[in-house]
Design a protein around this ligand. Structure first.
Ligand code: SF4
Length: 273
């Protein structure tokens, strides 16, 4: 670093969002997938699944290393959505002081602190599906014409906790905002590019050729089971944003959305038991 260049990881935080966040930090606080263990003015950060692991079993990393850590999954795939529930495990990071804590949050969850603070205002500044879609041009210019039911299906399929831990505050017709205790304290204030891409894909599928398929009603739960099994065993090769890939989790959920209303009531009860 150039001597005249300020070390942003060391600078004292002046951001009111950070100060508000610090005020509500308890001794053990979970934000998305990271647990903050407070020791006076210092913090230790870990993956929440490693909260009770022996410190010696975890790799000690610096705050500056968190940016690279958050870029890829354990399998090396790029993480376009930093709120996806696939942050790597096996590390711990000392953040001595609030400036380091702020930097750690910035690296792990870019924009998360500002969104968290914005969501504390009443009403939170959410931009809903129809408003966001109306602004789209180019690739996503098709997104305003989604019928309400399709917009809701795409929203549920995209923003499921299996793919994203941001608590959705925006709505689509037929898809209410996530409840307060859902997913995490990091809010989602407007549809992201992954959502718009899935909405575009859903509309293209709606407009595309259809195959006729007559199957026994009793085989519907078999199909649903197969899709859920595929969701439980994610394909490490598929990119999160590649909604053309048959094994993309959002694509699997979109098909599940189509099958749900066709399922006999008894099968729905069995499947959810
Ligand atoms: S739009 Fe959905 S998938 Fe995208 S960040 Fe928000 S909650 Fe997550």
């Amino acid at each position: 670093m150039h001597p005249s260049q300020p070390d942003t990881d060391m600078a004292e935080p002046t951001d009111p969002a950070t100060e508000a966040f610090l005020r509500q930090l308890t001794d053990r606080f979970v934000f998305v997938e990271v647990v903050f263990l407070r020791r006076g003015d210092a913090f230790e950060l870990r993956h929440v699944a490693d909260t009770d692991a022996e410190a010696a079993s975890l790799t000690a990393i610096d705050v500056g290393d968190l940016r690279a850590l958050a870029q890829t999954t354990r399998d090396g795939a790029f993480r376009p959505n930093k709120a996806a529930p696939n942050l790597r495990r096996g590390w711990r990071c000392e953040a001595p002081g609030t400036a380091r804590l702020e930097a750690a949050l910035r690296h792990l969850y870019p924009g998360g602190l500002a969104d968290w603070a914005a969501a504390r205002t009443a009403p939170p500044p959410a931009t809903h599906y129809r408003e966001t879609a109306a602004r789209q041009t180019g690739l996503y210019r098709i997104t305003p014409i989604l019928p309400d039911a399709l917009a809701a299906e795409a929203t549920r399929a995209c923003c499921d906790a299996g793919s994203c831990l941001r608590r959705r505050l925006w709505t689509a017709p037929g898809a209410e905002a996530d409840p307060e205790a859902a997913k995490s304290a990091m809010p989602c204030l407007e549809p992201c590019a992954l959502l718009l891409d899935l909405a575009r894909r859903a509309m293209k599928l709606e407009q595309g050729p259809k195959a006729e398929l007559q199957i026994a009603e009793d085989d519907l739960p078999v199909l649903v089971h197969a899709l859920r099994t595929a969701l439980a065993r994610p394909d490490p090769e598929v990119r999160e944003g590649d909604t053309a890939a048959p094994s993309n989790p959002r694509r699997l959920r979109l098909l599940l959305e189509k099958l749900g209303p066709l399922m006999p009531a008894s099968a729905v009860v069995e499947a959810s038991a």
